[in-house]
Design a protein around this ligand. Sequence first.
Ligand code: GLY
Length: 346
Amino acid sequence: MKKISIRTSSPYEVIIERGSISKCGEYIKNVTDSRRVAVITDDIVCSLYSDTVIESLENNGFECILFSFPNGEQSKNLKTLGKIFDFLCVNNITRSDIVVALGGGVVGDIAGFASACYLRGIDFVQIPTTLLAQVDSSVGGKTAVDISGGKNLVGAFRQPKLVICDSDTLKTLTPDILSCGMAEVIKYGMIRDEKLFEKLESHSLENVDEIMDDIVYTCIDIKRDVVEGDEFDRGERMILNFGHTLGHAIEGWHNYNNYTHGMGVAVGMCMITDKFAPELSERLKKCLTAYCLPTETEAPVGELLPYCSKDKKRTSGSISYIVCRTVGKAEIVKTSLADFEKIMGE
Ligand code: GLY
């Protein structure tokens, strides 16, 4: 087992261990006095892992209730959030109880946001079951839902009490969901760690499992370092959004339908790199292709820019975006929205 301590305003640990979901009750017992747990998950993860998680929790003296919603980004909205609040309320979940978010990024984001708001905040634990959630969204305390104006536009910062990463759960991922997580992994290599990037270049989607434990640890450790330095996303944390401004726009253009977050991020990283560091583009694209990720989009740039103007990283009239001019180093560039549109449209 490996542990990473996250020293944010409310500190916690990330446990990285194969098979850890079957021991989650033991670990959760150490971070709460509560004996009641609301497990929030989606229908796919529910059928795969909820029995294991609930058995471990019950064996460790917890009483469990379970809420499941349909898998997918389309569920990450105010309607599902309302249903979660009603579920917590009807089941008399109090401030001394705890929520367990069991699933991928959608589950972690919405269950985390429900925990941040319900009774003005109750404790929660993340058990991420996708690569994207393990290396990115479960760590760092960003929680959110989507609204019609855009992705993650309503949310809160709330750190979990504990994160339990079991890389055995990645074995049940479909190749497209594994690829989706690999886009974030490649992002970490690009923004902070050339050695990680080289390791990724010497593998592909077929054999990445050989280095998965190493990848998960390295990415979470990078995220730890960035989040500890800028918990509330006012400065350096923005580098984690390399490829995301255009990525979210492409996802939006596809109505979040049959187009994963990772695909958007992959193309977003390529579009920015094509403009600002064209000499790096080929290397980046080769790596993305090895993990079955796209490097271009059919969406016309002109149709993507209106989505970018709604990006969270905009301030009035200007936008911040991330550029990597060498592998392993990222910089935040701030320009007027008009200049960004001009550069991208050229
Ligand atoms: N996923 C980007 C961040 O946590 O800041």
